[in-house]
Ligand binder design. Structure first.
Ligand code: HEC
Ligand code: HEC
Ligand code: HEC
Ligand code: HEC
Ligand code: HEC
Length: 604
């Protein structure tokens, strides 16, 4: 109640400020909330100085005069829109409808990271639970993961297990931590009531880890909470990689530096420049939701413009297509009629690929064609539904060898409930039936926190999954061997492979659709108007080498099958050599079975 009053007072007071700002000379921070609470301020308060405009029009511009301000870069990111995200709203309502007795716990949990400001405030004011009820009307809730949330996180518990799952610590001191020593503090103190202070902890991965390490409680079918299971662990995956030792953290890749000198506030006029300058890009893989937010921005109340979203979407494509993963092909003839294609996938991210939210998946589409026909496809998908063709039930296992078009390599987590059945209901996830997401370089099964990031399913026994040729762990790669039989070695074949990525899998959506709530229906209303086509992360193609020109069994290449060929085959088996055209049953070895096959062919 006390909080509400503060809110209303502030709203009236801020209304005057907003009017002043809009009619005044500085048209900055438009649409962003300028409300404040005991602990927090809306992003509009910070935008008034940390956006281009104001007394120093050259501030916050990049080398080409482009707007590189935190405000502009952040407002169209998923974090700025974490509370407007209609999939988040749908999922919260679905979980509550599944377990109505746990409503308070669910709402309080889900808001910890998606509407962190009012939720933190509610607990600070002594409430045990924060309710999601009416968050649309609370501007600080809709401001998502905003400036004064991240910049007030204290170093105290960072990196400790107790900081995970949204247990970041914030107090009432109004200190804004930043990466530069000796900030010119007075203008900011006077105008916003917050004090900029240098602290190196703002540059550490452990800051992001407070929300990007998520353990979620799980229940049995009666709704009794039995424990907690890892739902999202990019930080723990990163910790078990070679990146920490190389000094490469979350910010290195997700807030890339500009090395040009940048003036970081549009006032005072005399302010000097700073370098390096971290950009508030915060892009990951979620092109799907960014496009949806852009398309339905009016209804969803976003503050970012279409141009802002276009730039965040373009940065996401750039990250996915240039910095995420690479595939390479290695074709050869396995036997006279069987083409073998090794496909190697290398993860270049700082965590598993895909990582984080369990609805994400990546897969390989491999095609073998002639000039006129397609002779083999694995991993084709339906453009209507975004679903992969020929999936096994209950789920497609991890493959090391693929020799049939209904097998497909999908890198994904398959969460399961306490009864061992696959589920995407977050409160039912007690572990994973399959987790073959490709680990980051340097990841080992005896590395830190392996229990919370474990590989699960067939990938565990795949000799080249996260292993190099010598068998050592930590390659951050996987090789799938495709074997395509009954081909003509005289034919020219072409091979193309694509690495595809999808943010929400149809299986995940089918789980969500079971719950009939207004928010779930609203989400599917949007969903049915957008495409769920995967993003192509990498593609490559190659000509297959020409096969051996021979008739199976014709070892002396005289185009006749006769007793001479039997003699040659027996000889070459005894010598232990590989006999050209001698693998009659195409099992990859020359042995007595091939002799029997050849005799059979000769006597008709
Ligand atoms: C500890 C912080 C934290 C908590 C608590 C949390 N989330 Fe999230 N959530 C995240 C992060 C971080 C992501 C983004 C991960 C990614 O992009 O892969 C996310 C993503 C999501 C997404 C995917 C959104 C999209 O557009 O693809 C949904 C849905 C979601 N969360 C629902 C929930 C629900 C329901 C709860 C409560 C049961 C919850 N979250 C609690 C941090 C949290
Ligand atoms: C998700 C957390 C997060 C959010 C949200 C966020 N920041 Fe930052 N900000 C950081 C981190 C981390 C750094 C330091 C990065 C580094 O130096 O490696 C930073 C750096 C800065 C800097 C120093 C200049 C620079 O970019 O290096 C300013 C100024 C700043 N932020 C202002 C803002 C404002 C204003 C907002 C809201 C519009 C905001 N930040 C939102 C995490 C955040
Ligand atoms: C009156 C203008 C003004 C307002 C409003 C303002 N700032 Fe600042 N901010 C500054 C100035 C000036 C500096 C110091 C720049 C320097 O020394 O190079 C600064 C520095 C910072 C830094 C870097 C500190 C460091 O030591 O690295 C961060 C982060 C920051 N502000 C965030 C915010 C946030 C978050 C808000 C919203 C609550 C905000 N600012 C509001 C003017 C402002
Ligand atoms: C207060 C909690 C919180 C903190 C702290 C936080 N994040 Fe996030 N982050 C989220 C949530 C919630 C989402 C997902 C929002 C959604 O999808 O609805 C998210 C999403 C992301 C995404 C995915 C964007 C996409 O398009 O797929 C990236 C990347 C990211 N955060 C990076 C960072 C980095 C880097 C830091 C540290 C500087 C950080 N986050 C700190 C809560 C947080
Ligand atoms: C070496 C670069 C690199 C480092 C280090 C790195 N990431 Fe990423 N991250 C990426 C790339 C590339 C992607 C896009 C591909 C993907 O989704 O996995 C990504 C994606 C993400 C996503 C979005 C996943 C989604 O569902 O859309 C989140 C969240 C994320 N990273 C968080 C983090 C956190 C937290 C850290 C630090 C512990 C971190 N990253 C460190 C490169 C990096």
């Amino acid at each position: 109640m006390k909080y509400l009053k503060v809110q209303i007072c502030n709203t009236l007071w801020q209304f005057a400020i907003v009017t002043l700002m809009v009619t005044g000379p500085f048209l900055v921070g438009q649409g962003l909330p300028t409300e404040t609470s005991v602990l927090f301020a809306g992003s509009g308060v910070c935008a008034s100085c940390h956006e281009p405009g104001g007394p120093n029009p050259g501030a916050l511009l990049g080398p080409d005069g482009e707007d590189v301000s935190p405000t502009t870069q952040w407002r169209s990111t998923m974090m700025a829109n974490a509370a407007r995200d209609p999939l988040w709203r749908a999922k919260v309502s679905a979980e509550i409808s599944g377990f109505p007795a746990l409503q308070q716990i669910i709402e309080d949990k889900c808001t910890t990271c998606h509407t962190p400001m009012p939720r933190t405030e509610a607990h600070y004011l002594g409430n045990e639970y924060y309710s999601i009820d009416g968050i649309e009307e609370d501007p600080l809730a809709m401001d998502g993961v905003s400036c004064t949330l991240c910049h007030q996180i204290m170093a105290d518990n960072m990196g400790l297990d107790e900081s995970f799952s949204g247990h970041y610590q914030i107090n009432e001191d109004h200190i804004i931590y930043g990466p530069y020593t000796n900030p010119v503090a007075n203008p900011m103190i006077n105008q916003s009531g917050y004090t900029p202070v240098y602290s190196e902890h703002i540059e550490s991965s452990e800051l992001c880890a407070t929300c990007h390490t998520l353990f979620t409680p799980y229940v049995d079918s009666s709704g009794t909470i039995l424990g907690e299971a890892p739902e999202q662990t990019p930080y723990l995956e990163w910790l078990n990689s070679s990146f920490p030792a190389d000094g490469v953290g979350c910010q290195t890749c997700h807030m890339p530096y500009l090395f040009d000198p940048i003036v970081i506030s549009n006032r005072p006029n005399s302010l000097g420049s700073r370098t390096p300058y971290a950009q508030h890009y915060f892009v990951g893989g979620n092109i799907f939701m960014l496009k949806l937010l852009k398309q339905f921005g009016g209804e969803l109340g976003v503050t970012a413009s279409e141009a802002n979203f276009d730039s965040t979407i373009a940065l996401t494509y750039r990250l996915l297509q240039n910095e995420t993963a690479e595939i390479t092909l290695d074709p050869s003839w396995y036997s006279s009629q069987t083409l073998q294609v090794g496909v190697r996938v290398q993860n270049n991210t700082g965590h598993k690929f895909p990582t984080a939210y369990p609805s994400r998946r990546a897969w390989i589409k491999l095609m073998v064609t002639t000039d006129t026909d397609t002779v083999f496809t694995s991993g084709d998908w339906d453009p209507q539904t975004g679903q992969i063709n020929g999936l096994d039930t209950p789920y497609e296992p991890h493959h090391n060898i693929i020799d049939s078009p209904d097998q497909v390599q999908i890198y994904q987590p398959i969460p399961q409930n306490v009864y061992g059945d696959p589920t995407f209901t977050l409160l039912m996830i007690s572990g994973y039936a399959k987790d073959n997401r490709i680990p980051p370089i340097g990841f080992t099964t005896d590395g830190p926190h392996y229990d919370s990031t474990a590989v699960a399913g067939n990938a565990l026994s795949d000799p080249d999954f996260n292993r190099d040729e010598s068998g050592a762990e930590g390659s951050g790669s996987d090789i799938i061997t495709y074997r395509i039989g009954s081909l003509d070695p005289l034919q020219q074949y072409y091979i193309t492979a694509e690495l595809l990525y999808q943010s929400v899998s149809p299986e995940y959506l089918a789980d969500l659709e079971q719950y009939d709530t207004p928010e779930v229906n609203a989400f599917f209303g949007y969903y049915n108007q957008v495409t769920n086509a995967p993003v192509v992360i990498d593609e490559t193609s190659s000509l297959a080498p020409m096969g051996d020109v021979c008739l199976p069994g014709d070892l002396n290449d005289d185009n006749l099958l006769d007793v001479l060929d039997i003699v040659l085959l027996v000889n070459c088996i005894l010598e232990g050599e590989s006999c050209s055209c001698g693998d009659l049953n195409e099992d990859g070895v020359n042995d007595v079975l091939d002799v029997v096959g050849l005799v059979g062919l000769i006597i008709g």
